[in-house]
Design a protein around this ligand. Structure first.
Ligand code: NIG
Ligand code: FE
Length: 427
C-alpha cells in the first residue's frame, strides 16, 4: 500500500540536485526540509515537499487508499548504507579481544595463528546453509540501527570452494532476506594468505581459478584487497585488479590501516570505487587523491573511514578533516567483523565520527547515506530522499537531526522502511 508520512518536523534528504558525491564544504549540506511530507508509492519515493505542494500532488494523482504515518516531532533520514562489512562469518574471537586487552597487538595475535586465519577455520567447518542462517540473523541488528543496505565481503574462505560458499550466501541473501535489505557482494580473496600455500601460489589461484568463476557466475560486484605488510602488496594488487577488471569486477581496497605501502597509488591506477580504513593515511597520499578526484568528476574515489576499528583496536583515528578540506568525499562504515570491529551499529560509528574524527552532523549523515551509496555505485537508487529513489527511510523520535550523534549510545529509531515496507518498529 502507498504511504504518506505527514508533517515531518525535519527531513534530512541528503539530496543536492547534483550527481556527485558530497565533498569539501558541500559535505556539510544535507538538504534539510522543515515541516515536510513524503509520499511513497510502489516502494519508491513519489513526492517530497511542503503542505501546499502535497495538496497539489495528491489532487493530481488519484490515490484511492494510502496509509498515513504521523511525522510530527519526528526526523526522517535516508536508510543508512553500510558500505564496508564482513558480516558472513562463523564463530567469534572474544578470546583474542581479551588477549589484546592484556597487551597483545592485532598483528601479534595474527602472527601466532589467530586473526583472520582463525575465522577461516570456523567458516570452512560451517555448511553453507548454517552460514546463511548465522549471517541472516545478524541482519536484524543492522536494521535495528537504521541500516537498509549492507555490503558484505568474502575473505574468510581463502580457497575456491569456501570463497564461493561465502559469496553464494551473500547472493542468496540479496535475492531474499527477512527484511528485503539490499546486500552487495564483494570478493576479498586477497584477505590473507591461507595456511599451506605461498603468497605467489595463492595470488595465482585467485587470478586463475577464483576470479573467472566468480565473475562468470556474477557472484560479486567488487574485488577488494588487504594491502598491508605481511598480507598483500601493490604487485599482488596489480595482478588481481587487472584480472578483476578484465572480468568486470570493480576495485576497492583495504589500505593504510597499520602501514602505508602504496595502496593509494594502486587505487588511483585502477580507478577504485573506494579506499577504506586509512588510519595511517599521510598528507602526500591525501594530496594525490585530491588531485585525482579534482580531475575525475564522473567517478571520484570515495574515502571510506572506519572509526570503529580505531576504537576497537585502540589505534589512530582517520584524518577526516584533512580529507574533507582537500575535497575528498568521505563515507563512514562499520567494517563489522569478528577481529577488528565487532559491531553492526552504524550509529555508534556516527558518534565516533563526531567525537573522534571531528565531523559535523551534516557531514556524518551524508557519509552514511549518499556518499556510501556512491562507494557502492548505487547512488542512482539509494542514499537520499529524492523522487524516484527507493523508499529506504529511518524515522527517529528526536527533536532535531543533530540529536542522533548527541544522544549517544542509545537508539532513537522508531521505524525503518525498506522499499516502502515497514521492516522495523520500536515498541
Ligand atoms: O577490515 N583489515 C583486514 N580485515 C578486516 C579484519 C578481519 C579480521 O580480523 O577478521 C578489517 O579490519
Ligand atoms: Fe574490512
Amino acid at each position: 500500500m502507498a504511504i504518506l508520512i505527514k508533517d515531518i518536523k525535519q527531513i534530512v534528504t541528503c539530496s543536492n540536485n547534483t550527481s556527485l558525491p558530497r565533498c569539501g564544504t558541500d559535505q556539510s549540506e544535507s538538504g534539510i526540509i522543515e515541516n515536510g511530507n513524503i509520499f511513497i508509492d510502489k516502494g519508491r519515493i513519489a513526492f517530497t515537499g511542503n503542505k501546499r505542494q502535497l495538496k497539489k500532488f495528491l489532487s493530481k494523482n488519484n490515490f484511492k487508499k494510502y496509509k498515513i504515518i504521523d511525522g510530527r516531532n519526528k526526523v526522517v533520514t535516508p536508510g543508512f548504507v553500510d558500505s564496508h562489512t564482513h558480516f558472513v562469518f562463523a564463530g567469534s574471537r572474544e578470546n583474542e579481544y581479551e588477549m589484546r586487552l592484556a597487551g597483545k597487538s592485532y598483528q601479534e595475535i595474527a602472527e601466532s595463528g589467530g586473526g583472520i586465519i582463525s575465522t577461516v577455520d570456523s567458516v570452512r567447518k560451517t555448511s553453507k546453509k548454517e552460514l546463511k542462517k548465522i549471517a541472516e540473523k545478524r541482519l536484524e541488528k543492522f536494521v535495528r540501527y537504521g541500516t537498509t543496505t549492507v555490503e558484505g565481503k568474502s575473505g574468510y574462505g581463502l580457497d575456491v570452494k569456501n570463497e564461493i560458499k561465502i559469496l553464494e550466501v551473500l547472493n542468496k541473501l540479496n535475492e531474499k532476506n527477512k527484511f528485503g535489505l539490499d546486500i552487495v557482494p564483494t570478493f576479498l580473496g586477497a584477505h590473507s594468505v591461507p595456511k599451506g600455500k605461498t603468497k605467489t601460489e595463492y595470488v595465482k589461484e585467485i587470478c586463475e581459478l577464483m576470479i573467472p568463476e566468480i565473475a562468470g557466475r556474477k557472484l560479486a560486484k567488487f574485488t577488494d584487497i588487504f594491502i598491508e605488510e605481511n598480507y598483500f602488496d601493490t604487485v599482488d594488487a596489480d595482478m588481481i585488479f587487472s584480472k578483476g577488471l578484465e572480468y568486470g569486477l570493480i576495485p576497492k581496497l583495504h589500505t593504510d590501516q597499520f602501514t602505508s605501502i602504496g595502496g593509494i597509488d594502486t587505487a588511483i591506477k585502477y580507478k577504485a570505487a573506494s579506499v577504506d580504513h586509512l588510519e595511517v593515511l599521510g598528507t602526500e597520499d591525501i594530496l594525490k587523491l585530491s588531485e585525482y578526484n579534482g580531475q575525475h568528476n564522473n567517478r571520484k574515489i570515495i574515502a571510506t573511514l572506519l572509526p570503529g576499528v580505531s576504537y576497537f583496536l585502540n589505534i589512530s583515528y582517520q584524518p577526516a578533516r584533512e580529507l574533507i578540506n582537500n575535497n575528498i568525499p568521505v563515507a563512514l562504515a562499520t567494517d563489522f567483523n569478528p577481529g577488528s570491529c565487532m559491531t553492526e551499529n552504524i550509529q555508534m560509528i556516527m558518534s565516533l565520527a563526531s567525537l573522534k574524527l571531528k565531523m559535523n552532523a551534516e557531514e556524518i549523515l551524508n557519509a552514511v547515506t549518499i556518499n556510501a551509496a556512491f562507494a557502492l555505485n548505487m547512488e542512482k537508487i539509494i542514499g537520499s530522499i529524492e523522487t524516484g529513489k527507493q523508499a529506504d527511510l529511518n524515522i527517529f523520535d528526536i527533536p532535531s537531526y543533530k540529536y542522533i550523534v548527541y544522544n549517544f549510545g542509545v537508539n532513537n529509531i522508531e521505524m525503518v522502511l525498506k522499499k516502502g515496507k515497514i521492516i522495523y518498529e520500536a515498541n
